[in-house]
Structure formats: structure tokens, C-alpha cells
Design a protein around this ligand. Structure first.
Ligand SMILES: C[S@@+](CC[C@H](N)C(=O)[O-])C[C@H]1O[C@@H](n2cnc3c(N)ncnc32)[C@H](O)[C@@H]1O
Length: 376
């Protein structure tokens, strides 16, 4: 049988489900080798990312009718079929028959029987976490962190992200554009982005006319900053440097941005498989990296200068629970003579501000802006 959107999706999903492949690496690689039409590429993309996000819900739909665990490929094929039936609005007949066509001769009768039942029997979800298709710990964490808004935030991250493109052609989520604008960099200032890879915010900062330096711990990420700056025709020197032990002189910068490595729990719609990879204990490691990066970066800010901390997550532990650096004041939503005001999408969150995915159809983010006292 020739290649189809579904056969490509199945091949990608088998690698993601059972070989640990990253969805956002394996799918583009397969698409680049394929001869599918644009419409089929879009469909294959929706199938791969959607089935990956909704894996737990798809398994629950299927497991009602499965008595013993099928082989790995059949498990993935059943997920793919259930996704089309329950979430992709594919007509039941087409979803079942086109999915059964991908089954082996030995399993096609079984796949057909299970998917037909999935398509006709109403579902009673065992839990909210299953219905929403997240690990229990993420659902519980959102309930603690976002209260009444948790379900809406989680539901929004089950949808494909909206694509926003800057005036210069760089594709960047709107929330990241807001963070770059909130740094308030102006012409002639010297600005450091200590966690710059792949360069989205750093290249936006250069547009302000400030002299910007990008730094990143990982040489490959620093390389991406340089590549993106070159592509956009922006002057942006890049340094490989650890934000917790920075290779820069103290008090040398007007503004420092710490767009810290984080759990990414606000951006789960962007990385379909991330929810199945990240663990609660990863958060503890990230929190200590963030604390050290924030404290060390504060040293680089000149008296009267700006320190901005941002993360694409929604947790207090990764943001507002970090200590305010000594000698710094927190600047609120209205800004001051040095910071522009924040948009209304940013809701107060402790001493910082947070946007949740469903507020404005962006990634979830936290931002905290500090200013070093003149005499400090
Ligand atoms: C959230 S991403 C930054 C995104 C970037 N600011 C943008 O807008 O495109 C975090 C970055 O921090 C880098 N990183 C992780 N630990 C670091 C450290 N100790 N020092 C500097 N960079 C670090 C990662 O390699 C990653 O590129």
C-alpha cells in the first residue's frame, strides 16, 4: 500500500510511543522525506500530535474492549483510531475502515471489532485526568495552582497552538512577544539575555535598538541564537555561559532577562509528548537551577537597572516562590519610569503576573520584573 497521512502518522507514533522519539523531531523528519500533499501533511500532523496529547484518553476509550494487551504497533493503531473517532471529528466509517487497512492480516479483525465498539458505545470517564488526558500529578498540580481555571487551562493545551508571526517573519508565541516587550529595552542600552537559546526574545530585544548579548549554557542552543539573528539580519553577539556562574562583569548591564529553563507546563500544547516525559521530581531540579540563575544574574544589573524573570510554566515554585534578590524592588503591572505597563492578559500572581493558556490562547507564562535600587 502507498503512503498516506494515516500510514505516516502510524509510523511516527510507533517511534514516539515505543522508542522514546520526540514528536517534534520525528514527525518533521518523516514529512521531509514524504511525497504527501500539503493537506495530507496537515492531517498527518494533527493525527500525530493529537493522538500523542490524547494518549491516555484514547487508551481508556479502547481498553473497555481489550481483554489482553495487544502488540505494540496494534496498541498504537488503536490509539490512532480512537483519536479520529473521539477527537478529530473524522466520520466513523472512514476512521474505522482507513485505520483497519493499516493493521496486519492477523490483527485486522480485532482492530475492526474494537474500533467499531469505540465508535458506538458511550464513554463514562474514570477520572478527570483520564478525560483530559494528562498524568494524575499534572491535573492535581493545575488544580492546586489554578483553582477553578485548571480544567480550562488543561483543555486549551489539548488543542494545537495558534501560530503567530512577528513583523520580521519570526514565528513566536504572543506571550513570548509580550515578555520581550515587557523588558522595556530602549535604544542605546546594554541588555543581556542569560538564557537566550534559540533566540526568540533576544532577537526581539535587538529590534528596540539596544545592544543585546545572548548567552546560553548549551553551545548548540547558543548556535541557534546566532543562526536566527543572522537570518533576521540582526547584530547579536552570542556567548556560551552558565547563568549561575556568568562570564560577565558585575553591574555591567542596564537590563538582564532571565528566561529560565522550566518545566514548560504552560506550553504543553506546543510539545505533544512533554506531558508524558516530565516528572514531578524534574521540577525540583529546575527550581534550584532557576534560583541560582536568578541570584547570579541579579549581580549583573547596574544600580537603577532592570531584572526580568520569565518562565513558560504556571507554578509558583518555579516563579514567585524564588526570593526577591537583595537590593531589588518588584515593579508591578503599571510599570514605572523604566518599565512599560503589562497588558491586561497578565493577571496578578503573587508579586509577579501570570497568563494562563485560555486567557488569550497563548502559552501559559509567569513574568516578574525587578529594579535594582539606585544605591544598591
Ligand atoms: C526557556 S529557554 C529560553 C528561550 C529563549 N529565551 C527564547 O525566547 O527563544 C531556556 C534556555 O536556557 C538554557 N539554559 C539551561 N540552563 C542554563 C544555564 N545554567 N545557563 C544558561 N542557560 C541555560 C537552555 O539551553 C535553553 O536554551
Amino acid at each position: 500500500m502507498g503512503e498516506s497521512a494515516r500510514s505516516l502518522a502510524l509510523a511516527a507514533l510507533v517511534r514516539i510511543d515505543h522508542e522514546g522519539a520526540y514528536a517534534n523531531l520525528v514527525l518533521p523528519a518523516m514529512l521531509s522525506r514524504s511525497t504527501l500533499s500539503d493537506a495530507d501533511r496537515r492531517f498527518a500532523t494533527e493525527l500525530v500530535y493529537g493522538t500523542t496529547r490524547m494518549r491516555r484518553a484514547c487508551d481508556a476509550l479502547v481498553d473497555r474492549f481489550v481483554m489482553s494487551e495487544p502488540d505494540a504497533t496494534t496498541r498504537t493503531l488503536l490509539r490512532l483510531g480512537a483519536y479520529q473517532l473521539a477527537f478529530a471529528k473524522v466520520a466513523p466509517h472512514a476512521a474505522v475502515s482507513a485505520t483497519v487497512d493499516l493493521a496486519s492480516r492477523k490483527t485486522s479483525g480485532f482492530v475492526n471489532a474494537v474500533l467499531r465498539k469505540v465508535s458506538t458505545k458511550d464513554m463514562v470517564w474514570g477520572s478527570e485526568a483520564t478525560r483530559l488526558s494528562y498524568p494524575d500529578w499534572i491535573t492535581e498540580l493545575f488544580a492546586r495552582e489554578c483553582g477553578d481555571e485548571a480544567v480550562e487551562a488543561l483543555e486549551r493545551m489539548n488543542r494545537a497552538p495558534s501560530v503567530t508571526t512577528r513583523d520580521d517573519g519570526y514565528v513566536q508565541d504572543e506571550s513570548s512577544q509580550w515578555v520581550a516587550a515587557a523588558v522595556g529595552a530602549t535604544s542605546g542600552e546594554t541588555v543581556l539575555d542569560v538564557c537566550a537559546g534559540p533566540g526568540g526574545k533576544a532577537t526581539a530585544l535587538v529590534a528596540s535598538g539596544a545592544r543585546v548579548i545572548g548567552a546560553d549554557l548549551q553551545p548548540s542552543r547558543a548556535g541557534l541564537v546566532a543562526k536566527n539573528a543572522e537570518r533576521l539580519g540582526r547584530r547579536l553577539p552570542v556567548v556560551v555561559s552558565d547563568a549561575s556562574q556568568p562570564a560577565f562583569a558585575p553591574r555591567a548591564f542596564d537590563r538582564v532577562l532571565v528566561d529560565a529553563p522550566c518545566s514548560g507546563l504552560g506550553a504543553l500544547r506546543r510539545r505533544a509528548d512533554a506531558r508524558w516525559r516530565i516528572t514531578e521530581s524534574d521540577l525540583d531540579d529546575l527550581v534550584s537551577i532557576q534560583r541560582r540563575a536568578l541570584a547570579a544574574s541579579a549581580e549583573l544589573v547596574r544600580p537603577g537597572g532592570a531584572l526580568v524573570y520569565s518562565v513558560c510554566t504556571i507554578t509558583a515554585a518555579e516563579s514567585i516562590e524564588h526570593a526577591v534578590p537583595d537590593g531589588f524592588d518588584v515593579v508591578g503591572r503599571d510599570g514605572d519610569d523604566f518599565f512599560p505597563p503589562l497588558g491586561a492578559e497578565w493577571r496578578p500572581f503573587g508579586h509577579g503576573h501570570r497568563v494562563l493558556p485560555h486567557h488569550a490562547d497563548t502559552d501559559g507564562m509567569v513574568i516578574i520584573r525587578y529594579r535594582r535600587r539606585k544605591g544598591a
